[in-house]
Ligand binder design. Structure first.
Ligand code: GDP
Length: 373
């Protein structure tokens, strides 16, 4: 071969090498975008040319805090509640030798703490009996008595577990409806609940059925994106029931553990609410029974919250209460009164605006936080 022929051969080999290298690079890029696409389906982030940022968002999915131990932070957050229910009662009872005027003060403290009339009367009778039987006149003795009676008033025998397990027998996710008046923290709670479930290793689809408040769907989308929960949305002002239906259908299709649906909380008239919520539940139940209906109540609204609770309880069968903003109230007795009023347990409490500030409710931990030094 001549030198020229050698040169041509080298150029051909070089060209071939360039072609092979280019092919390898393009295959890598396209397999990368497959991963991204899966991620973007979950996160709702852009796909295609914008795949790079989506990859980051997949990698950056948050790991919510485990559910256990969350209520422990209640002690700090309940600093304000301590003043009325815990510290107030403790100071009164530890005086010892209580006369009628002092008992009137105890009664007033219970009422001011939002315990409601019936629960206050009950607790008064028990405290009087306890003081008579145990000669209470020290802080420790008062704390012991209060601890027993307050825990009892919270009825620790109530089943506070969330029914959020997949129904393996019928191959269907569990379905949770989150109901309540707007402003109580309903959408936030739906988002926090998704995190709680993800933290426990469950997969979740969210339904943004509060189609009347424009920001609610976007808000829920953000919550979902952060933990990789798919969010089913409808058009603004669209039919909430159809979103609920689609959310459950999507949950079934994707084989997730739980579908959590945020609903509209317009308390315009009882009939209106009944029509709207009733329809959402009925339509969601075309796929099978709803497992949980959680009523979100704002703890800072006190007895007003109880009025709302009553209306909702007449409209749908509530299976549990979520008491939000417990960090922002000086009271706390509402936990007792709402359970008594509705006959359903407080299952979760909101302790702040942080993403993981939602904790399973435990009467003992709550009372210990109330009575802490
Ligand atoms: P919705 O209209 O019922 O859906 O209410 P949102 O979910 O939009 O919440 C209303 C406001 O309450 C928001 O600013 C939330 O951050 C706040 N919020 C919700 N839960 C809690 C809580 O447990 N503690 C505090 N401090 N704020 C909360």
């Amino acid at each position: 071969m001549t030198a020229i022929e050698y040169g041509v051969l080298a150029l051909v080999i070089l060209a071939l090498l360039v072609v092979v290298l280019l092919r390898v690079a393009s295959t890598r890029r396209s397999s990368g975008s497959t991963t991204l696409k899966t991620g973007t389906e979950e996160t709702g982030a852009p796909i295609g040319p914008d795949a790079e940022p989506a990859a980051t968002s997949v990698l950056e999915l948050e790991r919510p805090e485990p559910a256990t131990g969350r209520l422990g932070r209640l002690r700090g957050r309940l600093a304000k509640s301590n003043t009325t229910l815990g510290k107030g009662l403790l100071a009164l009872l530890s005086r010892g030798g209580l006369d009628e005027a002092a008992w009137d003060e105890v009664e007033e403290t219970l009422l001011l703490a939002d315990l409601g009339v019936a629960s206050t009367q009950d607790l008064m009778a028990r405290l009087r009996a306890g003081v008579r039987a145990n000669d209470v006149n020290t802080v420790d003795a008062a704390r012991l008595l209060l601890r027993t009676e307050l825990i009892d008033a919270l009825d620790p025998s109530m089943d506070r577990s969330l029914h959020v397990d997949r129904h393996r027998d019928v191959d269907r996710p569990s379905v949770v409806l989150v109901v309540g008046v707007n402003g109580t923290g309903k959408t936030t709670t739906t988002g926090k609940l998704a995190r709680l479930l993800v933290a426990d290793g469950r997969t979740v689809v969210l339904g943004a059925a509060d189609t009347f408040r424009a920001a609610a769907s976007d808000q829920l989308q953000t919550w979902g994106d952060r933990v990789g929960a798919h969010v089913v949305r409808g058009p603004d002002g669209g039919d909430p029931a159809s979103v609920a239906f689609d959310a459950v259908a999507t949950g079934i299709e994707r084989g997730v553990d739980a579908v959590v649906i945020d609903t509209a909380g317009r308390l315009h008239t009882k009939t209106g609410l009944m029509d709207e919520l009733g329809k959402v539940k009925r339509v969601a139940e075309k796929h099978g029974p709803v497992d949980e209906v959680l009523l979100v109540l704002d703890a800072t609204t006190g007895q007003n919250g109880l009025v709302q609770a009553r209306v909702f309880a007449e409209v749908v069968d509530i299976t549990g209460v979520v008491l939000t903003k417990l960090d922002g109230t000086a009271k706390g007795g509402i936990v007792v009164s709402v359970q008594r009023e509705l006959g359903v347990p407080v299952k979760l409490v909101g302790l702040g605006e942080g993403a993981d500030d939602l904790a399973p409710f435990e009467p003992e931990v709550f009372v210990d936080a109330l009575l802490a030094d």
